[in-house]
Design a protein around this ligand. Sequence first.
Ligand code: CO8
Length: 258
Amino acid sequence: MNDFTTITVSTEERIGMIRLNRPEALNALNAELMDEVVRAAVEFDADPEIGAILLSGSEKAFAAGADIKEMASKDFAEMYSRDWFGRWDEFARLRTPVVAAVSGYALGGGCELAMMADLIIAGESAKFGQPEIDLGVIPGMGGSQRLTRSVGKAKAMDMVLTGRHIGAEEAERIGLVSRVVPDELLETEAAKAAGTIASKSKPAAQMAKEAVSAAFESPLHQGLQFERRLFHALFSTEDQTEGMAAFAEKRSPEWKHR
Ligand code: CO8
């Protein structure tokens, strides 16, 4: 996993780290970057030694959107027949929990990519927005759907129709991000959160992600039924026995499945 040109990839303990690295374009998402991020993430997802994936950008930009220069001359037939950017769905379907560390601009596709992560940890400088309207288009990587489910109609309409950027504090207030931390602590705090997730029982963490994700995609009664079935299923794992025994014995659990 080292033949990448638009990202850098590394591992630290049980965390798979992917850093967007196109500084000349503020990490704008082009087709090559999408292929590389998806390839690296899918490899981490299949690696039993990895318990969480950490996605980050640079100090100035997580990602300033889809690459406008790459898209500008395309026509409908090409966008449609190549299902432009459809591969991001593979990233959204990862089973390993994903933490996004966002500082600077997370605009358009950058905001949408962050929203594919399970936790967004933002530095105080983070700016989120869906400014596609100013390019004569609309969000195309989930902005009208995931954003609306996360923050509700009022704020989603405001962002998608006006294109205004919101700061980290507002993003946390409306439920778009999980936590805001000082910029200088972003990397450490995001790695700490990813490390905490990676230290849990892996089947429990994967099922927790699956269950919360189901709330996004199904009616309440189906989501509740799905959650309950997953909960039942976890009683077939050694980690359930160990976790509950450790609680009763007032000690830390030793997970068998990580
Ligand atoms: N695409 C391509 N290049 C970009 C992008 C981008 N999205 N953003 C910045 N760049 C480039 C600039 O062109 C510039 O390059 P150069 O030096 O060669 O001129 C370099 O990055 C630095 O940018 P700026 O000089 O503009 O930096 P500033 O600090 O002045 O401004 C901003 C930073 C405000 C972030 C500004 O760059 C900007 O407004 N960028 C565009 C933001 C935007 O509109 N994003 C939405 C793009 S559309 C989208 O994301 C749709 C997603 C869905 C696609 C789904 C398809 C199915």
